[in-house]
Design a protein around this ligand. Structure first.
Ligand code: HEC
Length: 84
C-alpha cells in the first residue's frame, strides 16, 4: 500500500515534469490501460495470478512487447498489484 502510494507520487511528479510529451495515456487509469493493451496478444491473466514482485517482472517484459511508455507500464503494474 505504501509502495503503491509512493509509485503514484512518482508518476505524478513524472507527469508534471514533462507536460510537453504528455499523451492521452496520462489521463487513463491503470485498469483501463490494462484492458486496452494486455488482451491484444493473449488472454490477460487475472491480477490474482501473480505476486507483486512477479507482476513487476511480467509488466517489465510486456512493456517491451506491448510498446508501452514507462508511465503506462507503471500504472498497469500498480493496478495489478492493488488488485491481487
Ligand atoms: C505484442 C503482444 C503482447 C502484448 C501486447 C502483451 N503480451 Fe504478455 N505475452 C506475450 C507473449 C508472446 C508471451 C509469451 C512469451 C513470453 O513470456 O515472453 C506473453 C506472456 C505473458 C505473461 C506470462 C504468462 C505466464 O503464464 O507465465 C504474462 C503474465 C503477460 N504476458 C502479461 C501481460 C500484460 C500484463 C500485458 C499488458 C501490459 C501484456 N502481457 C501484453 C505477448 C504480449
Amino acid at each position: 500500500m505504501i509502495t503503491g502510494l509512493f509509485l503514484l507520487a512518482l508518476v505524478a511528479i513524472a507527469t508534471n515534469a514533462c507536460t510537453t510529451t504528455n499523451s492521452l495515456a496520462d489521463t487513463k487509469s491503470g485498469a483501463q490501460l490494462w484492458g486496452e493493451n494486455c488482451l491484444r496478444c493473449h488472454n490477460s491473466p487475472s491480477p490474482e495470478t501473480f505476486s507483486d514482485a512477479e507482476w513487476d517482472v511480467a509488466v517489465m517484459h510486456m512493456q517491451v512487447r506491448a510498446n508501452l511508455t514507462t508511465t503506462e507500464a507503471t500504472k498497469i503494474a500498480d493496478f495489478l498489484k492493488t488488485a491481487n
